[in-house]
Ligand binder design. Structure first.
Ligand SMILES: [Zn+2]
Length: 194
């Protein structure tokens, strides 16, 4: 039997989500058919709500529902921890001792995939350095994360700001997102000056 067009349409939407293949997308679509109407409406409302209310913080680039996020509004701006993605901020916020702010680059440098410095929020970072005492480079310890950190260190050090790199307690190639609290705390505490 040919698949109904509306189910196909929904499957195709789900298949556009990261990590969702065609089979899973189809399973998701079928599960919506079996869902009570109220749940489906709730689901639609949640999607719209996220799209309408979440934006990037004007200072750090993290997700927020305000002009400036809670972290930028309250914390010590003399220490800026630079990460690649908003999910890394979530991970590092599990480290209880950190009192500084963040800066989200929204990616890493990757010449192979055509991502140069202009595609990242680097200009925005440089604009925040006045009054900063330390910049902690907390991009992942994989090849692209390292290259990005080294690029930023070369750029920032001549500006007279202390630059450090998270310790390699997280094994090479691993991601902040999956590191446990103890590992992250150690990586931050044992950061090394560059
Ligand atoms: Zn912010």
């Amino acid at each position: 039997m040919k698949q109904l067009d509306c189910i196909m349409r929904l499957s195709n939407k789900f298949a556009r989500l990261p990590g969702v293949g065609a089979k899973t997308a189809q399973r998701y679509a079928y599960s919506i058919i079996d869902m009570p109407c109220a749940d489906v409406e709730d689901f639609c409302a949640a999607l719209k709500d996220v799209k309408n209310s979440v934006r990037y913080c004007a200072e750090c680039g993290n997700f927020t529902d305000k002009e400036v996020c809670e972290i930028c509004a309250r914390r010590d701006k003399s220490i800026i921890c630079v990460v690649a993605y908003p999910k890394d901020v979530l991970a590092l916020e599990r480290v209880s001792g950190y009192r500084g702010v963040y800066h989200v680059l929204h990616g890493t440098l990757s010449p192979l995939e055509g991502r140069g410095p202009d595609s990242l929020k680097i200009k925005e970072l440089l604009a925040r350095l006045e009054g900063a005492e330390e910049v902690i480079l907390a991009t992942n310890t994989d090849v692209e994360g390292e290259a990005t950190a080294m690029y930023l260190a070369r750029l920032i050090k001549p500006m007279g700001v202390k630059v450090s790199r998270i310790a390699q307690g997280i094994s090479i190639g691993s991601e902040l997102e999956y590191a446990d609290e103890v590992t992250l705390t150690r990586a931050l505490e044992k950061r090394t000056p560059l």
